[in-house]
Design a protein around this ligand. Sequence first.
Ligand code: BES
Ligand code: ZN
Length: 652
Amino acid sequence: MKKHQYLICSLAVVTALAGCQQESEDVAEKQQAAEAASTQVDTKEVVVSKVEQEEVRKAHNPIDDHTYGNLHEVDLKHLDLDLTVDFEAKSLKGYVDLSFDRLQDEVSELILDTRDINVSKVELNQNEQWVAGEFELAEKDEVMGSKLTIQLEDGVNKVRVYYATQPQASGLQWLTPEQTDGKKHPFMYSQAQAIHARSFVPVQDSPAVRITYNATIRTPKELLAVMSAHNEPDTELDGEYHFEMPQAIPTYLIAIGVGDLKFKAMSDRTGVYAEPAILDAAVAEFDDTEDMVKVTEDLYGPYRWGRYDLLILPPAFPYGGMENPRLSFITPTVIAGDKSLVNLIAHELAHSWSGNLVTNANWHDFWLNEGFTSYVENRIMEELFGRERALMEQSLAVQDLRQAVQDLPEEYTVLNVDLKGADPDDAFSTVPYTKGQMFLVWLEEKFGREVFDAFLVKYFDHFAFQSITTEQFKAYLKENLLNKHPDIVSEEEINTWIHEPMLPEMMPNPTSDAFNIVDAKTKQLLSGEITLAELGTKEWTVHEWLHFINNLPTNMSNDDMMAMDAEFKLTESTNNEIAHAWLLLSLRSGYEVVMPRLENYLISIGRRKLIVPLYKQLMETEQGAEFAKRVYKVARPGYHPLAQATLDEVVK
Ligand code: BES
Ligand code: ZN
């Protein structure tokens, strides 16, 4: 694991922040007292004023240790971007105007985060005139990037930074035409979460910072640019695109995609952007999106972002999806032809409430984003596809979670994780997702669905467009749920869920009737009571297949694997999740028939969740390691920088 090298810097500011720490406790106390008082007299919504919110934000700055930004001195408000997309140089070039308020009387610097960015010039806006400014770009830290310090003059509230990104920018992927579906045009897209916005925009790159933005993006004429902003459905191709994002978002939600993109509407407010060849398949797969938005609104209050579109990325996208506001970025690997993997859309959409509206204030609170989202995702799935499917998805996730906590360092099994200066990407696991989700399922079971749903509606509304910490959530939960319905849940239990490692005894254990039947049949199969043909797979859903494969013993004989493959054609499965599970089982049980399929799979897909476990398994044997190294050499250039970074540590 990469350790941070900014200890010296932290030490230097510790003394300065000591006063700030005291102040922050006072502020937090004041806010709690204010909320307590107002809920006593009146159960109506407590609106945290902008000033209070700033105070709280200020107070939290010392604990966002993944930004160099001087959040406690400068309140970044708005960005104006003017960027040219240069495919030849693999670079975004241009400038950004940063508008801000000063939070203290004497602020002499604006400190920003950058990583692998060339800064050519800085200007200060003084009395509506641009004048030359002084800046210093510090040496690069592996986790944090390079601190950019800009000297401020009196009265300056806007700064312009001229810059160009470098080809290896960790938050951008530049694809050659050969790496796209159409093979004719290049493609470029960003992935800013967690701390990669700084590799393509110099900014105070913290989820505690909320900005609005406008952008002008210049591209080759035949390509379309889209952003996490308002995208006009019938935009004409002309190589110059304008965007407005009027709602304040954290910096990790700044996003851009450029390519040979076509648009197709799914409803008045939902649609798909994709390369022409997969547009229709994507629309067919995801045509429940409008219903998903409606269902979520019914459950948790209005969708507050205007349009909700999907951008289908090339298969190299390292994630399943990314919740960029108004425009979720989606892997094409979930286009299965049968809607079996559309929980991904429910998930990214759910972030429009949990994550984008109410945001984790720093990466230690990441579970507030993903735990709530996984919970909401599953509720959407239940509404649209029924309780049984929702339970199957819960059960699969919990089985993964139980496995994951066995393999993780214990400190990473805590919800409110202490990242200790580590790269947030390194601490990424299923814990904030599924342990977080199970915590909320548990609360739902304790208080009843009606009460818990009403609580969530209020929670989303109360903290709308704010970035909050776990402590703020706990205070709100105590006031609005625990105290209002006393003697149901204790604070100790809440603290166990949030601050203790591993999985608590009280964790719900979702079971599904369908899976129980699969389990019984599998047992009979393994003891020879029934044949493969008698397993009863005809009506199985993708989820039952996954449960079946994941629960087979890993010492299956080659004959048994061969027989199963002959009967069910699993090596040839076009469902990427089933193929993944089957390939993994095959590697574990030494079934080598799959190797050509595996090679093809690893070269054509860049989604980390699907490929990293396969590489890891390969590295367990000498022969496998040889295969992994050979295939990785071919596949690596096509992977995203993040996947490359992960796999460079695995395949060596
Ligand atoms: N926001 C995440 C992706 C992410 C997390 C990117 C952390 C960078 C850092 C996104 O919403 C997500 O969770 N995607 C999952 C979806 C799945 C749980 C349905 C994925 O990519 O697999
Ligand atoms: Zn998510």
